[in-house]
Design a binder for this molecule. Structure first.
Ligand code: I3P
Length: 126
């Protein structure tokens, strides 16, 4: 792509179903429970919904904020150690919570990996 453009600007990704498991919170290990989740990448955070309908309903209700994670200070990296599944992306938040995102289709999860990494790097920079 064009190197003249601000290549590090965050990209937004529309909702897609990914498998998600939260494996620790505030440094404390949790029991792994994979669930299919409708994931949306906003400019500065990752949002989690049950499905696309829930996304639409949440956006209609004032004062109703979706479940999600702030990507400022977060680290996103591939892991082969935290799961027996293939294509597993680990996201560690600044507060020490760890999430795994996975899809059987490499192209799909790779797109999320690149975009999440780009946003986290952009937000964490200076
Ligand atoms: C877990 C379940 C998960 C598995 C996890 C198991 O067992 O089988 O699918 O993670 O492995 O502990 P349970 O349902 O009894 O909680 P993966 O699918 O990601 O391998 P783990 O303990 O090695 O994380």
């Amino acid at each position: 792509h064009n190197v003249g453009e601000a290549v590090e600007t965050p990209v937004v990704l529309n909702g897609e179903y990914l498998n998600k498991a939260k494996i620790s919170e505030g440094g404390k290990k949790l029991r792994k429970n994979w669930t299919s989740t409708w994931v949306v990448l906003d400019t500065d955070k990752l949002l989690f919904y049950k499905d696309s309908k829930q996304e639409a309903l949440t956006n209609l209700k004032p004062g109703c904020s979706p479940d999600g994670m702030d990507l400022c200070g977060a680290v996103a990296e591939w892991t082969t150690e935290k799961s027996s599944r293939k294509n597993v992306l680990q996201i560690t938040t600044s507060s020490g919570s760890e999430f795994l995102l996975q899809a059987d289709n490499y192209h799909t999860i790779s797109k999320w990996h690149d975009a999440i990494k780009r946003t986290a790097d952009y937000l964490s920079k200076g």
